[in-house]
Write a protein that binds this ligand. Sequence first.
Ligand SMILES: [Mn+2]
Length: 322
Amino acid sequence: MDINLDNILIGDTIYIVGHKKPDLDAVVSAYSYQIYRHARGDFNYTAIRCDDINPLTKWAFAHFKLEVPMLMRDISGRKVVLVDHTDPVQRADGWEKAEIIEVVDHHNLKLETTIPPKITIRPYGSSTTLIGQKLIRSNVKIQPNVAGLMLSAILDDTLALRSPITTYVDRSVAGELSAIAGISDISSFARELFDNKDVWLKMKAAEIINADFKEFESGGVKFSITQVETMDNQKFGSKEKEIISALKKANSQNPMNIRIVMLTDLIRNDCILLVDGDKVNDLEKIFNSKLENGNRMYLPGVLSRKKQLLPPILEYYLKESN
Ligand SMILES: [Mn+2]
């Protein structure tokens, strides 16, 4: 009989994976959770990513001279820890045949399992905050460049600690990480970070609508929200029309009741919604605001997809279906 000594000594490899279409937090929370596990002697934990990374993620890992976790698109047959998500629509390909043994997240739980997983969810602004807190509490030594990378993920998810999802813990973990990283001026670092996000105007509309795309369902209504974070959403101008045609095209190929592109403005604290679908008129009731040309809505004070845009839509259709 063949005995695999590796498996006896360290156990099966467990893959730590963030969601599809990963943002910085999805990749960095996997990366930093591996550090946490290794610090505890669990060397069989390996951070991966299941999809291509965005420009900001590429920039942040390069800036801090760290290596992006390896790409594994299909997780079937693997034991996995889900970080920064649980929703099936966001999971890596092959999740139906994977074993979810643990969850580390800051979103609503959407999980059906046959075995009881270990679940750690905190209502913080980012998953990286949660892992940063674990590292700090366990007195794990965090390298300055890793601290800088983690700070970047927290700043990105919390829109530089300004989003309403930001908690006291986000501020305190971000403060500790910035001290370790030697980044004394968080706001000027955040500006540098967000400059690397403002790549939208150079992108094609079809790429924009797919970049930070998330799909949802409530009361039988299918909708999607793509978030586009900008330093100035008024700059889009003629690009808005291109985005709307891209949404129409996407809807003709894969019909959805509402497709939303949310152009958030990190400076002005507002957003422009560009929409398409057979139920877009409901948005007028949901947000008590008018659609211009049937496809554009301006919402002052709305920055967060998770906390401000998504809940009213989910609630509206849940009530409708009851
Ligand atoms: Mn996150």
